[in-house]
Design a protein around this ligand. Structure first.
Ligand SMILES: Nc1ncnc2c1ncn2[C@@H]1O[C@H](COP(=O)(O)OP(=O)(O)OP(=O)(O)O)[C@@H](O)[C@H]1O
Ligand SMILES: [Zn+2]
Ligand SMILES: [Zn+2]
Length: 797
């Protein structure tokens, strides 16, 4: 008897264990661990992952057989299978969620496969399948076993290529185009029928007759100076017809120039040598590369990765969400060319899927991507790089709540390769490990060519406010004027964390609230509405106050849009570019803004956090931060760290090449230590001070932490339950563990659900994991309160 143990796609506690299914005889040597199958479950048919093969089952009843094989080769390799199991334990999430997380988006839902024959011969020999065509689509859940068997054989003997077909919307990019419907002669006759000065139409006629059989991209035509209305009239007049063109997806916007390795300075060389040695010796060493902004960390990554490739191994590099991808990715591609695969949040499902397949087939030697790229099925890793390792996007906020840095360590151990965590402002957790010798510290203390760090001025806005009331303080305005006169560039950043523009009545102080949540509504100018960012509630912007009927109900707070308006008023001759969520919604707009600024199409780039990190513009000599402390008042033990980190990173954008940079930080808290250390860009000083505070408060990295969140429609239910959980935990954990709560969450009610939390701080608790698992099991049975557990949460809010 051949049995497959399957984790079915039903996320629940009861189904978080493998179920046994019989493998039909003719598939017996084809089913492998890591393939997806379709199985009967109750009265339904569902999918699942094969996690184990066995020759017997502990199940007494009659086993049901697997109904269909979804994959012909495993989609989860043995390394990722081990990782999924480990991850589900450490993040308290279901194994099925972990397995699903590892696959690229589109693949979770689509099953259709495209089978392409590798030669004419194969087509001829397998007429039952191809029927004369070179490529056919099949649906595995309705494919007979015998067919699957034949396909498996063809695949094994390398006669076919199997692709997954994604749903229409994500599969290929479809763009508008036209194709001539008249012959060149007929088109020539049309010339006489149009006005001589209709240049666009004449041009189009030329193109149509010259490229009579071609599919012409509408966007190309427009670029060559043919108007959209000319294209429309061509269709109306019957010269051409509208068609849809499938474009090959290309995740890289532009071709890049090849670059070669730079000559390293001493500190860089030392870092590359240490990492290379560790690659050669197959040590899973963890390095912390602490290098000030502009010290050339990226070059260290590139040469370490190059070393891994020279040794016949591969490299994986992670970068934070969208913010710094385009520039860095281009630097990597210009070094490694087509060997690079990219997994990026701005790519469509289809694009990410294509790249995933390339990686899975071993076609890519270097993978660059954001958080989820840590699950890329790349084999034989020689080095893993985690750039800007302090970045909060490395922690996933939904289930499974994994920390990418920890997953990276797992993969490093599995592959016997080093990990390099790099940052100008390392997380306290990583820096403390380096201090203890758990990580090996590599430092780049100076900027390239000994360029000085920018000079930082702190402007006390409490004084400024009395003077003018403008967003831009007098000293900042002066500096902007000076830099503009010298044709140098300027970056202005607005810290959006905890900052949104809301409506307030100037007479009675009324602020419109969400009816479903305990939060004020945010003003969205574009759609003329008030919106709740938690539940999506929308309503029109009122013209008078519903409480006191005053007409003086106005915007409070400001966004980058208002900032841009003010800048334009103050500096009417300056050209500005704005980068924030509103201007980067369209695909590729992020790159376009960055390119435009790099090409000096603007003098001032202004925007939110997006512009703070990783960008490298040589001519920027002034950075201004408008509201540096808006994150400081957050009731979050990491708010000082976040503020220091953001200010240091954004300051680091100034003066990176041969010109000295200047920075102006506007603040209402000029005496706060996070601001003071940011002024001198003194990471080590900040680290010492902050560690003292964390030690006193028993916070990470001195303590590990767990956050348990419960929610229910009924506030009493969740409160009572959380009180009971607190006592349970206190009983089952050692007296050294600290159990805090339950407390209502900062925003207690969201979408009419009430949220309460418990925080556990601990150092060594061997009963913790089992206690938490018991809590989860019980709650699934009781069904009154929804529980979730966050291991090492980013905040306690
Ligand atoms: N050895 C070198 N010789 C000459 N130029 C170099 C060298 N190393 C790096 N550079 C250049 O110095 C600039 C800054 O380097 P890079 O962007 O890698 O710094 P970084 O430490 O990653 O910065 P940040 O953390 O601020 O993003 C880049 O333009 C890079 O091309
Ligand atoms: Zn009012
Ligand atoms: Zn709401």
């Amino acid at each position: 008897m051949q049995v497959a143990k399957v984790i079915v796609d039903v996320p629940s506690r009861q189904t978080n264990i493998p179920f046994s299914y019989l493998i039909p005889d003719n598939l017996s040597d084809s089913v492998t661990v890591g393939m997806r199958v379709q199985v009967p479950f109750g009265r339904r048919k569902i999918t699942g992952f094969v996690v184990e093969l066995s020759d017997h089952s502990d199940f007494d009843g009659k086993l049901k057989p697997i109904e269909a094989l979804i994959d012909l080769t495993p989609v989860i390799n043995p390394e990722l299978m081990d990782l999924a199991v480990k991850m589900s334990q450490t993040t308290y999430s279901f194994l099925i969620s972990c397995l699903q997380t590892m696959l690229p988006g589109g693949m979770r839902t689509s099953f259709a496969k495209r089978i392409t024959a590798k030669s004419e011969q194969v087509v001829k020999e397998n007429d039952w399948l191809f029927q004369g065509k070179s490529s056919v689509e099949i649906n595995p859940s309705t494919t007979a076993e015998s067919t699957t068997k034949k396909l498996l054989d063809l695949n094994k003997s390398d006669e076919i290529v199997v692709d997954y077909v994604l749903k229409r919307n994500s599969s290929a990019i479809e763009v508008l185009g036209i194709k001539a419907t008249m012959t060149p002669e007929q088109l020539d006759k049309q010339r006489g029928l149009i006005r001589a000065n209709a240049t666009s139409q004449h041009k189009l006629l030329n193109v149509l007759s010259e490229q009579n059989n071609a599919k012409l991209l509408q966007s190309d035509l427009v670029k060559s100076g043919i108007s959209a209305s000319a294209i429309k009239s061509a269709i109306d007049k019957g010269w051409a017809k509208q068609i849809k063109i499938h474009q090959n997806r290309n995740p890289f916007m532009q071709p890049v120039k090849q670059t070669s390795a730079l000559k390293l300075n001493v500190a860089q060389q030392n870092a590359v040598d240490k990492v290379s040695l560790s690659i050669d010796e197959r040590d899973a060493t963890r390095f912390l590369l602490e290098g000030v902004t502009g010290s050339g960390k990226t070059e260290v990554y590139l040469q370490s990765m190059a070393h891994a490739l020279e040794q016949g191994r591969t490299a994986l590099m992670l970068v934070p969400e969208i913010t710094l991808t385009p520039q860095i990715v281009n630097r990597i591609r210009s070094r490694f060319g087509d060997q690079v695969a990219m997994l990026h949040s701005a790519m469509s499902n289809g694009e990410r899927f294509d790249e995933w397949q390339r990686i899975n087939r071993g076609k890519a030697k270097v993978v660059v991507g954001v958080r989820s790229a840590i699950f890329a099925p790349i084999k034989n890793l020689g080095v893993i790089i985690v750039d800007e390792e302090h970045d909060s996007s490395y922690k996933q906020s939904d289930n499974p709540r994994y920390q990418t840095r920890e997953v990276a360590k797992f993969r490093a151990d599995y592959n016997h390769c080093p990990v390099v965590f790099g940052s100008a402002t390392p997380s306290l957790e990583s820096r403390a490990r380096a201090q203890k010798g758990v990580y090996q510290l590599l430092s780049l203390p100076k900027r390239i060519n000994d360029q000085v760090l920018p000079k930082v001025d702190v402007v006390d806005m409490r004084q400024e406010l009395k003077n003018s009331g403008s967003l831009l303080s007098a000293p900042l305005q002066e500096k902007i004027t000076e830099k503009l006169s010298r044709h140098e560039q300027i970056i202005l950043m607005l810290n959006r964390r905890g900052y949104a523009s809301f409506l307030m009545c100037r007479d009675c102080g009324y602020v419109p609230q969400c009816p479903n949540c305990d939060i004020s509504l945010t003003v969205h100018k574009n759609s003329h509405s008030l919106q709740c960012h938690y539940c999506g509630h929308q309503e029109p912007i009122p013209t008078e106050c519903p409480m006191c009927h005053s007409k003086r109900i106005r915007n409070f707070g400001y966004g980058s849009e208002q900032l841009e308006e003010q800048v334009k008023e103050l500096f009417p001759d300056a050209r500005t570019l704005r980068m924030d969520v509103d201007t980067t919604r369209k695909k590729g707009s992020h790159e376009r803004i960055i390119d435009a600024f790099a090409n000096h199409e603007a003098d001032i780039l202004l925007g939110t956090q997006m512009i703070a990190k990783g960008l490298d513009f040589p001519d920027v000599t002034l950075v201004g931060v408008l509201n540096s402390d808006s994150a400081l008042q957050f009731p979050d033990f990491r708010s000082s760290e976040r503020t220091f980190e953001l200010l240091t990173q954004v300051a680091g954008r100034a003066g990176r090449a041969d010109k000295v940079g200047e920075v102006v930080i506007q603040t209402y808290n000029p005496n706060h230590y996070a601001i003071k250390f940011a002024k001198t860009q003194d990471y080590e000083g900040f680290y010492q001070k902050e560690m003292g505070i964390r030690r006193l408060g028993k916070y990470p990295p001195f303590y590990y932490t767990i956050k348990i969140t419960g929610n229910s429609k009924n506030e009493n239910t969740v409160m009572t339950r959380m009180v009971a959980l607190t006592s349970y935990l206190k009983e089952h954990l050692s007296s050294k563990a600290i159990v805090l709560g339950p407390t209502p969450k900062m925003i207690t009610r969201v979408n009419n659900q009430y949220y309460y939390q418990i925080i556990i701080k601990y150092r060594f608790e061997d009963q913790l994991q089992s206690a938490l698992n018991r809590i989860l099991n019980d709650s699934q049975k009781l069904k009154d309160v929804q529980l979730s557990i966050d291991n090492e949460p980013l905040d306690f809010m």
